[in-house]
Design a protein around this ligand. Structure first.
Ligand code: 5GP
Length: 119
């Protein structure tokens, strides 16, 4: 059994967050340390630690994350200019919180996806 993170407590509203949306499968709240004018996290209610732990039965939840990302982006007023969706995975992906979350980032030009470094 995976260890719960702070995100489970946010989802259950046991600790405060600026929550924008919640349904039976996903929860959306603003990142506590935003990197852009809009920076929200789209999180499955079920504790799935990393993308590497996704099971076939999670397909609906993963799809819901994208559908909700589109809706929130529109509500944030960033859809026409565009935005970026990011899911970090494990150590090389620099994932800090082991509960899958999709970052929705926008509201300014975001530049290249990754800094170019020698491969
Ligand atoms: P990761 O590096 O795992 O992809 O991203 C984790 C994100 O969660 C970071 O952007 C960080 O600012 C955010 N975060 C960590 N703890 C909290 C918290 O307690 N509340 C909120 N709203 N965001 C958090």
């Amino acid at each position: 059994m995976a260890e719960e993170t702070i995100f489970s407590k946010i989802i259950r509203k046991e600790i405060p967050s600026e929550m924008l949306y919640q349904d039976d499968l996903v929860t959306v709240f603003r990142d506590i340390n935003p990197v852009a004018p809009t920076h929200v996290l789209i999180v499955p209610n079920k504790l799935i630690p990393t993308v590497d732990d996704i099971e076939p039965e999670d397909e609906l939840t993963m799809g819901r994350m994208l559908v909700v990302a589109k809706k929130i982006a529109r509500e944030e007023g960033i859809s026409d200019d565009g935005y970026r969706l990011i899911i970090n995975c494990k150590e090389h992906g620099n994932q800090e919180v082991p509960h899958i979350h999709m970052h929705l980032v926008g509201g300014r030009p975001l530049g290249f996806m990754l800094k170019r470094e020698p491969t």
